[in-house]
Design a protein around this ligand. Structure first.
Ligand code: G3H
Ligand code: 13P
Ligand code: ZN
Length: 284
């Protein structure tokens, strides 16, 4: 089917109490793996491309691959820009056919973040493109910050309410203790803060940095209103570990397909397990 919007997927998830997986698509094998996993689980999925993925694969290639994947199956697929920090690039993605964009103004002041998010909404809304914004700072697992510094970056519930009321945005990424990349220890999520935020803003919440978060914590976050769960690192791990296994087992192999095929299958397996965890199996 044709690409759908993220808002459409998240509002159904909101009504029915599950979350939709947003999986980072960095190359053809991963696009195919996300598509295959979604089809096998009869689940909606979001394929998202970061600015790094666009730089690596090219905007036209990413858009064409994801459109073709969506057309090849009967489950709903959305194409989303992950962490867009440049207004002009957001516009280019929309023009290229993305059905959703994240404008990440978390490095800006609150008022500047509101102003640019509104600008993005002004161009996206009339053409039915979804917009995700971010309040608080999610950061990376490699960032050298103390616990108190980390907590200072968490989303302030009242600020989130003010942000949503000021912009009219329909989905919001929040910082409650997750980070991008491989965790060194077990991440601790601030569920009280999540519950408070959800009580103040009645829109779907997005959880970034979800790879490596224990399954029980993911389930609890979904029960408290998370409707989009972003996964990148776990796919990278599965993909590269499988490639490494193949190369070590067959050091003289020179056919890339023999190495990338098992890597693609490893990605399918991890994505299917995430889809089941998020409760979106059978929700296509
Ligand atoms: O949010 C971060 C994602 O994992 C994307 O990472 O910018 O290296 O593509 P990347
Ligand atoms: P992880 O790489 O930690 O799964 O985070 C993905 C993400 O949040 C993409 O926006
Ligand atoms: Zn993220």
């Amino acid at each position: 089917m044709a690409l759908v919007t993220v808002d459409e997927l998240l509002w159904k998830a909101e009504k029915e109490g599950y979350a939709v997986g947003a999986f980072n698509a960095n190359n053809m094998e991963i696009v195919q793996a996300i598509m295959e996993a979604a089809e096998q689980e009869n689940s909606p999925v979001i394929m998202q491309a970061s600015q790094g993925a666009i730089k690596y694969a090219g905007l036209e290639f990413i858009t064409a691959m994801v459109k073709l994947a969506a057309q090849s199956v009967d489950v709903p697929i959305a194409l989303h820009l992950d962490h867009g920090t440049d207004f002009n690039q957001v516009v280019r993605c929309i023009r290229s056919g993305f059905t959703s964009v994240m404008y990440d103004g978390s490095a800006l002041s609150l008022e500047e973040n509101i102003a640019v998010t509104k600008k993005v909404l002004d161009i996206a809304r009339p053409i039915d493109v979804s917009v995700e914004a971010e309040i608080g700072k999610i950061g990376g697992t490699e960032d050298d910050v103390s616990v108190s510094e980390k907590e200072a970056m968490y989303t302030d519930p009242e600020e989130a309410k003010y942000f949503v009321e000021s912009t009219g945005v329909k989905s919001l990424a929040i910082a409650i203790g997750t980070a991008h990349g491989q965790y060194k220890g077990e991440p601790k999520l601030d569920f009280e803060r999540l519950a408070k935020i959800k009580s103040l803003i009645k829109i779907p919440i997005v959880l970034h940095g979800s790879s490596g978060v224990p399954d029980e914590a993911i389930k609890k976050a979904i029960s408290l209103g998370v409707r989009k769960v972003n996964i990148d690192t776990n796919i990278r791990e599965a993909f590269v570990w499988a490639m490494r296994r193949e190369l070590e087992a067959n050091p003289s192999e020179i056919d890339p397909r023999k190495i990338l095929g098992p890597a693609r299958q490893a990605a399918v397996d991890i994505i299917r397990s995430k889809i089941r965890l998020f409760g979106s199996s059978g929700k296509a």
